[in-house]
Design a protein around this ligand. Structure first.
Ligand code: PLP
Length: 242
C-alpha cells in the first residue's frame, strides 16, 4: 500500500470530510430532504488502515471496501474500534470469498445472483446480526458491468427475502460516468423507479435503501432520492492503483 504521512493525512482527510458534509448538506437542501436520511459511506479501498483511523478520529463511522482480502485485513487491523464502525462490502463477489464477507462485514451492496445470497445466508455466523444486503442493478446493461438487469431485479429480491440470515435493504448501482447532471439524474431516476416498483411488492418494512452516488455524481443521486452515497476520492484523495 502507498506510504502514508499521518500529519498530512490527518488535515486533508478532516478537510475533505468537512467539504463532503457541506456538499451533502447543500444537495439535501436543494432536494428538500433531511440530511439525516442520507448515509455517508467512506470508500477506503486502496488506502491503508491508518487512513480509516484518521477518518474515524474525524468522526466518520461507516466505511466501504471493494476487495475482500484487503477489506478483511483492514477490519482486523482496526479490531480495537470494530464495534464503533459499520463495514460495507461494495465490490464484485465470487463464491469462494463469501465466507470471509459473511464473517466480517455488516452490509453487502453487490448481490447479483441467488447463489451468492444463499452462500452468505448459510455462512453468516449465528452470533452476528443478519447481513444487510442490496441487490446491484446494471442500469446501463453493459455486458462488462456486474449487476442484474432491471427485469431480473424483482425475482432476485423476492428470493432473497426468503433467506433468514440476510435482510434485504434495497438496491445499488454504478452507472457509467456522465458529463451533465441531467444525464446523471436520468440514470439515478431509473434505479429509483425500479426501487419503487419492488417496494410495492416487498414483504419487509426495511426495504428502504438506495445506494447510489459517488464523488462525481453525489448531488444528482441525492436529488433522485439516494439514501447511501459511496464516496472515495473526495474523502481520501486520488487512488494510485486499483
Ligand atoms: C470506488 C467505488 C466508489 C467510490 O468512488 P469515488 O469516485 O472515488 O467516490 C463507490 N462505489 C463503488 C462500488 C466503488 O467501487
Amino acid at each position: 500500500m502507498k506510504s502514508w504521512s499521518k500529519m498530512e493525512g490527518m488535515s486533508s482527510i478532516q478537510d475533505n470530510l468537512r467539504q463532503v458534509h457541506d456538499r451533502l448538506a447543500s444537495a439535501a437542501q436543494a432536494a428538500k430532504r433531511s440530511v439525516d436520511e442520507i448515509k455517508l459511506l467512506a470508500v477506503s479501498k486502496t488506502f491503508p488502515a491508518d487512513a480509516v483511523r484518521l477518518a474515524y478520529t474525524a468522526g466518520q463511522r461507516v466505511f466501504g471496501e471493494n476487495y475482500v482480502q484487503e477489506g478483511v485485513d483492514k477490519i482486523l487491523s482496526l479490531a480495537d474500534i470494530r464495534s464503533k464502525l459499520e463495514w460495507h462490502f461494495i465490490g464484485p463477489l465470487q463464491s469462494n470469498k463469501t465466507q470471509l464477507v459473511a464473517n466480517h462485514f455488516d452490509w453487502v451492496h453487490s448481490i447479483d445472483r441467488l447463489k451468492i445470497a444463499q452462500r452468505l445466508n448459510d455462512q453468516r455466523p449465528t452470533d452476528m446480526p443478519p447481513l444487510q444486503v442490496c441487490v446491484q442493478i446494471n442500469i446501463s446493461e453493459e455486458s462488462s458491468k456486474s449487476g442484474v438487469t432491471p427485469s431480473e431485479a424483482m425475482d432476485l429480491c423476492q428470493l432473497i427475502q426468503e433467506l433468514p440470515r440476510l435482510k434485504l435493504r434495497g438496491l445499488m448501482s454504478i452507472p457509467e460516468p456522465k458529463e451533465s447532471i441531467e444525464q446523471q439524474r436520468a440514470d439515478h431516476r431509473m434505479l429509483k423507479t425500479i426501487f419503487q416498483e419492488i417496494q410495492k411488492h416487498r414483504r419487509s418494512p426495511d426495504f428502504d435503501t438506495l445506494s447510489m452516488g459517488m464523488s462525481s455524481d453525489m448531488e444528482a443521486a441525492i436529488l433522485e432520492g439516494s439514501t447511501i452515497v459511496r464516496i472515495g476520492t473526495a474523502i481520501f484523495g486520488q487512488r494510485t492503483y486499483l
